[in-house]
Design a protein around this ligand. Sequence first.
Ligand code: SAH
Length: 368
Amino acid sequence: MKAPLNEPQMNDAVINLLDLDRKGLEQLFQRLGHKPFHARQVLKWIHKHGVTDFAAMTDLSKKLRDELQARSVIRLPEIILEQPSADGTRKWVLGLACGNRVESVLIPDGERTTLCVSSQVGCALDCGFCSTAKQGFNRNLTTGEIAGQVWLAVHRGGARLTNVVLMGMGEPLANLDAVIAATNIMQDDLAYMLSKARVTISTVGIVPALERLREQSDVSLAVSLHAPNNELRNELVPINAKYPLEALIPACREFIKNDKRRKITWEYVMLDGVNDSDRHAKQLIRLLEGTPSKLNLIPFNPFPGSLYQSSPPERIEAFRQRLLRSGLIAITRKTRGDDIAAACGQLVGQVRDRARRQLATLVTGEVA
Ligand code: SAH
C-alpha cells in the first residue's frame, strides 16, 4: 500500500497541526519525546476553543509551547470571500497555497445547520452534469484544509454546526486518508463532537475505497447513483465503467450490514428526459430491492454551459410518488443558495487544472 498522502513528515521542519487527528497528534508528541496526553490538550485548544496561538495554550508548559512554536504551525485556508444567499445559505471561497481556491457552503435549515465541505481542488471524475468536473483536477486537499473548513465555519463564521456533508468540490473517496483523518476530527469529543449520523460522505462509489472506509471510519454514506442501469450510468457517471452497479450495490449493502437502523442515501439528480421516466423509476425500485435505502432526488442545478435541464417539478413529484408506492423512502432535496452558485454541483472555486480526464489513473493510484 502507498504511504498515506497526509502522514506527518517528521523530517519536515514544520508540521501543520491541523493535519493531525488525535492519533496523529499522539504520535507526534511521542516522537518528540513527550507524553501523548498533550494531544488531547492541543486538539481541544485548536478545535474546541479555536485557539491558533501557542502562547494562549496555558495548560502546556512554556517549554512545550516554545517547542511547538518552533516546529509546527496551525495553518488555515484563507477566507477570500464570504457570500450570503437570500435564503440564509453562506458560501465561503477559500484560498489555498499555490493559488487554488475551493468553496464551502453553510446551510441553515430550521434546527439543523449543515456545512458542505470540499475534499479536492476540482475533480477528475468528469460527471457531465457537474460544474466542478468542468474545472478539471489539481490536487487532493490535506486533512488540515478539510478540517480547516469546519474550523473556519465555527470559529470565524460563528456557526453552530449540527451536520457536515462531504458534498462540496471533489470525490472524497479518491482522497481517503485525508478524509478519514478529517472526519475523525469532526467526530472527536474534544473537537466538534459530531456523531456518525451527522457526518456524511458523498461518493460516486469507488468500491475498494468503500471497503477501507467501512473498516477505518464510522460515517454515514450517500452514494451518487443518478441512473438505474449501467448503460445510462456509464454515460452520466463515467467511473461506473470501472465499478459497475453489480459491484457497487453489494459494497454499499456491506457498508451498513452491521447496523440494522442504517440506510444508504442514494442521490439521484433529476435530468429532464434523461433519467426521470416511469420506466427508470421501475428499474430503480428493482435495483434497490433488499437494500435499506433512502432516495434523495436532486433537481438539476444549471451552470454556465451546462447541457442538461432539470426535470419539471411535476415530473419529479410523479417519480417520487412511484418510488413511495413501492415502499422506498424518497425526498426531493430543496435547492439552496442557487443565487450565489452554492447549490449542488455549482461549486467551482479556482482550479489550476493539471490532470483533466485522467480519472482512471487517479482513482487507481489513490486507493490501491
Ligand atoms: N463527488 C461526490 C461529492 C460531490 S457532489 C459525489 O459525486 O457524490 C454532491 C452531489 O451533487 C452529488 O450527488 C452530485 O452528483 C450532485 N450534483 C453534481 N452536479 C449537480 C448539478 N448540476 N445539479 C444537481 N446536483 C448535482
